[in-house]
Design a protein around this ligand. Structure first.
Ligand SMILES: *Cc1c(COP(=O)(O)O)cnc(C)c1O
Length: 499
């Protein structure tokens, strides 16, 4: 399968090269030229697949330049009892009639990012070998909190690869920060950057696009790549759990194969929901994807009006992994929905860069709305949803998942009740955001130490503390770097000891 640029500015490449490069060097993202189809018959065949077999089935349709054996090894290393102790990998929990929660946080760092980042390092190493690269790969990551730790865990001590994670100073939770700065491994670095996530992500994107800097690195034996969801290798493993959720619904006799369902995804960079959209385009019977945002509701506005306008206030919320205004993966979606029109996408992104906004035409807007609905949850609504979900269903959710639940309820109100089942992605374990969860349950809590909050939440809920967070406060701090967005290049040079 060939991969092409969303901006018509690069030759077509195979999957291995797309994964090794991370993004298109001149700007733009790699997308598969065609979308493999899954027939109703294959959907039925999938019923007998384990999660691993399902992953293998989906990956082999997209990563056609990897051998079947390579993919098999990759899948088995990524998804096993050690990395994901739950037998189902992504268990589907019934919350109420027609409402199902897809728990995506059973991996080593307690957020859904593990599903991709436990797998990507194996693909990356194979991709480097396949494309006959001698340079050492330097993975640059900009994180709003969860990607950083998941990537660090995935790439820690992987030979031939260095990883540098940048996070907004003060823009992630204490627990998230502790998870990152306590990571071991000789090949890992973590840097706090002044500013918010968009500043951080833009600074890292700038480095990717800086040809002189890249050349300097190449001469000294290094080459950048990305573990953010701009990398195709991050997206393709995420397609799997949408099929897995569907399979569980059929298995539990909630639906018959071929019946349509709704899916709600708490969204930031548009990666998770885009993987869902790929599943739909492959043949997964979906009625609507509800794109759920917090008060940074640029996507809600975009899906309702066709105007993507960056000129708005940035809000720090209790769902920080979704505090994003520039959703990178929207670009891939726009490319697909305009029938692979790279010219149009380039024009929109030029406008975004120069004027801070762009507007899609009526035809494109209508097309988007046939499959996506945009909704958002205010801070107050999110808190109330956490409390209500605990009281009504005896089920504890994190703020991101709560944004999903509330957005779905608003969608129902808007269209009128429906009996169609909905799968709501649960993107993080509630303990990862203990302070916000406890505050929501009890009103303000007076405990300053974020680690004491874990025990308090355990007292309150009885839910087991996720293994990733249990002894974090005793782990030694291994990283203490910080810099300004404009100093990222010097920081990288210092870490790599460049001359
Ligand atoms: C990253 C993240 C999101 C947003 O996912 P995108 O793929 O960026 O849309 C939502 N919730 C949590 C907990 C996350 O870590």
């Amino acid at each position: 399968m060939n991969y092409i640029s969303t901006r018509d500015n690069y030759r077509s490449v195979q999957a291995a090269e797309a994964i090794r490069l991370g993004m298109v060097p001149a700007g733009g993202l790699f997308v598969p030229e065609e979308i493999p189809e899954i027939t109703l018959q294959e959907l039925e065949e999938m019923q007998d697949d384990s999660y691993q077999e399902l992953a293998y089935r989906i990956l082999s349709k997209y990563l056609t330049d990897f051998t079947l054996e390579e993919l098999q090894v990759t899948v088995n290393k990524a998804y096993n009892r050690e990395t994901f102790p739950h037998l189902d990998i992504t268990p589907l929990v019934k919350l109420a009639d027609d409402i199902f929660i897809l728990e995506l946080w059973h991996g080593p760092t307690a957020a859904f990012k593990d599903l991709a980042l436990q797998l990507l390092p194996y693909l990356m190493v194979q991709a480097v070998n396949k494309t006959e690269m001698d340079n050492e790969i330097v993975i640059l990551v900009a994180t709003s909190g969860d990607t950083g730790k998941a990537a660090l865990e995935g790439f820690r001590d992987v030979e031939g690869i260095r990883i540098i994670v940048f996070y907004p100073d003060g823009g992630v939770s204490k627990i998230q920060e502790a998870q990152m700065v306590t990571t071991g491994g000789d090949n890992t670095s973590v840097v706090a950057v002044e500013g918010n996530f968009d500043d951080c992500q833009n600074a890292v994107k700038d480095v990717f696009g800086d040809l002189n800097f890249n050349q300097k690195l190449n001469q000294q034996g290094y080459q950048f790549s990305s573990a953010n969801s701009i990398n195709w290798g991050r997206l393709v493993p995420q397609i799997v759990y949408y099929f897995s959720a569907y399979k569980s619904l059929v298995q539990n006799e909630e639906i018959k194969t071929g019946d349509k369902i709704n899916i709600t995804v708490p969204t930031g960079n548009f990666g998770n929901i885009l993987a869902g959209y790929y599943a739909y385009r492959m043949g997964l019977p979906v009625n609507k994807y509800i794109c759920a945002s917090n008060e940074n509701n640029i996507l809600t506005d975009f899906l309702n009006t066709g105007v993507y306008n960056l000129k708005r206030e940035f809000h720090k919320t209790i769902s920080p992994s979704m505090d994003i205004l520039l959703s990178s993966n929207l670009e891939r979606f726009l490319f697909m929905i305009t029938g692979n029109n790279g010219q149009k996408v380039s024009k929109w992104y030029d406008e975004l860069k120069n004027k801070g906004k762009f507007t899609v035409g009526q035809e494109t807007l209508k097309k988007m709305q046939t499959i996506f609905a945009g909704e958002f949850s205010t801070e107050q609504e999110t808190r109330k949803t956490i409390k209500e979900t605990a009281e009504k269903y005896d089920y504890l959710v994190d703020p991101h998942t709560a944004v999903g639940i509330k957005s779905y309820k608003k969608y129902l109100q808007r269209i009128g009740e429906t009996e169609m089942p909905v799968v709501i992605d649960s993107t993080a374990n509630p303990y990862k955001f203990s302070r916000a969860v406890l505050n929501s349950l009890k009103g303000k809590v007076d405990i300053e130490d974020d680690f004491a909050l874990l025990a308090e939440l355990h007292q309150e809920s009885g839910m087991e503390i996720h293994r990733a967070l249990r002894s974090l406060d005793q782990a030694a701090i291994k990283h203490q770097r910080n810099c300004r967005g404009t100093e990222i290049r010097q920081e990288i040079e210092d870490i790599l000891s460049l001359s």
